[in-house]
Design a protein around this ligand. Structure first.
Ligand SMILES: [Zn+2]
Length: 74
């Protein structure tokens, strides 16, 4: 179950919710931010789609370190 995302038919804005959850996985954190328009606000919506430069600079090394960007060897 680690590094997985689950949705139900009731999930609002599923494309945005998927992006939001993938960033949580890449960050290794379930924390949210208050910044207007940010993808990692607690509520997903079409208005909340942006990441800051700092967020991007944080998630890329974490994704690499956790081999989340590498193709599966299976
Ligand atoms: Zn969240």
């Amino acid at each position: 179950m680690r590094d997985t995302v689950w949705f139900t038919e009731a999930t609002r804005d599923p494309g945005i919710a998927l992006a939001h959850e993938l960033v949580h996985i890449l960050m290794g954190s379930g924390e949210h931010v208050e910044e207007p328009g940010n993808l990692i606000r607690a509520e997903t919506s079409p208005e909340n789609t942006e990441l800051t430069t700092d967020q991007c600079e944080d998630i890329v090394p974490l994704g690499n370190d956790n081999e989340l960007f590498a193709p599966s060897a299976e």
